[in-house]
Design a protein around this ligand. Structure first.
Ligand code: UGA
Length: 431
């Protein structure tokens, strides 16, 4: 089905906004992306994309060449003739665990008098339940529909997730508005699930909290496996064959992190608490996640003979998962931070990072070569599951290290490769 070429404004050019803008443009629409950051806009106009997202730079440049993708600082001019306005602004965690809606509300105040007649205001980034209703009140215009259309984009796969999603969720009070938003996705082969706005808003938190719960369950099983002499990989392989469980999000690790799962589990708990509902499973998932990070630290300390004060450690990986350079709420950074607090001397390598990285404990030196990171290390600690770690020359790694101890907090490196090279391996969930 051909897309009906609409004019779209996207407010915010973070990974959600830029992906939304570039992908909607690739579906045939005219898109204007708006952001307050002048430098970023200048880069984007030249087709330069700061974020590491496969395929996004190509789509941005193709949109610019086709004359259908533009960038502006003025939200008012972006929305003036837009058939739909997508709000893709950050909703960071407030001090109380709730989502901070200040940026979204500010933009809505700015643009409400400039939206065209019968306009559509679409919330794309994650917002707490009730936001569509609040924004409708804030807009104060009966002819403008506020629609919730949550994103389910994974960092590192955002373009693929946008253009080939598992589902498109459209939460609207009226059928006509829902239909108009669904039509923007003509050309995308995915089921469209039509709901009311509140349901669509909860779906996003429910999905991320479900994924977090699944991972915490696997991480708890991993601990059990270590005690009873079982292998968590064998267990998750068997579980994954059961189509009711599905074969993904079953890899144990040093805990789940990133800019979404921790924030969204906290926000869901906050929302539930505010209305007097307890979500003990989600609470337990969050608690297990804290424990899982501590278990990773304890494993490293034990592998070093009981203390790490003054001990040199070589860290492989700092990003919150492979395929991204994002350090926000990275379990690897949390583990490194605690090891530093206990006095360890840390040298780290991550394929996506170079030199001075913001958001890292000052005690972590980042080098641009994995072999340099492990030189003289009492233990090599794998914290992110970059596939390239399996391809390292592990004999050389172990020669360079002070002792051949590898703590692989993600079972990222093929254990046979490590053992052949003579490593003493401490994985996760292996008895
Ligand atoms: C997550 C969701 O997967 C997306 O669907 C959602 O749109 C996005 O949040 C969001 O809310 O915007 P993302 O934060 O990119 O995406 O990261 P995930 O791929 O979900 O990974 C989250 C964490 O779980 C990472 O720390 C990762 O290493 C960990 N993980 C994931 C595991 O430890 N094991 C696994 O098997 C899978």
């Amino acid at each position: 089905q051909r897309s009906p070429n609409r004019r779209i404004a996207v407010i915010g050019t973070g990974y959600v906004g830029l992906t939304t803008g570039a992908c909607l443009c690739s579906l045939g629409h005219h898109v204007t992306c708006c952001d307050a950051d002048r430098d970023k806009l200048a880069e984007l106009r030249r087709g330069e994309v700061r974020i590491r997202e496969p395929g996004l730079g190509e789509l941005v440049r193709a949109g610019i060449s086709a004359g259908r993708l533009g960038f502006t600082r003025s939200s008012v001019s972006a929305v003036r003739d837009a058939d739909a306005v997508f709000l893709c602004l950050p909703t960071p965690m407030a001090a109380d665990g709730g989502a901070d809606l200040a940026a979204v509300a500010e933009v809505v105040r700015e643009v409400r008098g400039h939206l065209p007649a019968n306009g559509l205001l679409v919330t794309k980034s994650t917002v707490p339940v009730g936001t569509a209703a609040r924004l409708a009140e804030l807009v104060g215009r009966g002819d403008v529909a506020v629609v919730s259309n949550p994103e389910f984009l994974r960092e590192g796969r955002a373009v693929q997730d946008f253009l080939a999603p598992d589902r498109i969720v459209v939460g609207a009070a009226a059928d006509a508005a829902a239909q108009r938003v669904a039509e923007l996705y003509a050309g995308v082969d995915a089921p469209v699930v039509r709901t009311d706005p509140a349901t669509a808003e909860v779906v996003k938190y429910a999905a991320n909290s479900f994924l977090a719960t699944k991972l915490s369950y696997v991480n708890d099983l991993a601990e059990l496996c270590e005690r009873v002499g079982a292998d968590v990989t064998g267990i998750t392989t068997c579980l994954g064959h059961d189509h009711r469980i599905a074969n993904s999000f079953l890899r144990p690790g040093p805990g789940w992190g990133g800019s979404c799962l921790p924030k969204d589990t906290a926000a869901l708990l906050h929302t539930a608490e505010a209305v007097g509902v307890d979500l003990p499973l989600v609470r337990a998932a969050v608690e297990t996640n804290r424990r899982q990070q501590r278990r990773a630290v304890d494993k490293v300390v034990a592998a070093c003979g009981g203390r790490v004060a003054g001990v040199r450690l070589g860290l492989l990986g700092l990003a919150f998962k492979a395929g991204t350079d994002d350090l926000r709420d990275s379990p690897a950074v949390a583990v490194a931070g605690e090891l530093a607090r206990q006095g360890a001397e840390l040298v780290a390598f991550d394929p996506a990072l170079r030199g001075d990285e913001r958001g890292l404990p000052a005690e972590v030196a980042v080098v641009d070569n994995p072999y340099q990171a492990v030189k003289g290390a009492r233990a090599v600690v794998v914290l992110t599951e970059w596939p390239e770690f399996t391809d390292l020359d592990w004999s050389q790694v172990l020669d360079l290290a002070e002792s051949p101890v590898v703590v692989d907090t993600r079972n990222a490196v093929d254990v046979a490769v490590l053992r052949r090279a003579g490593a003493v391996v401490h994985g996760v969930g292996r008895g």
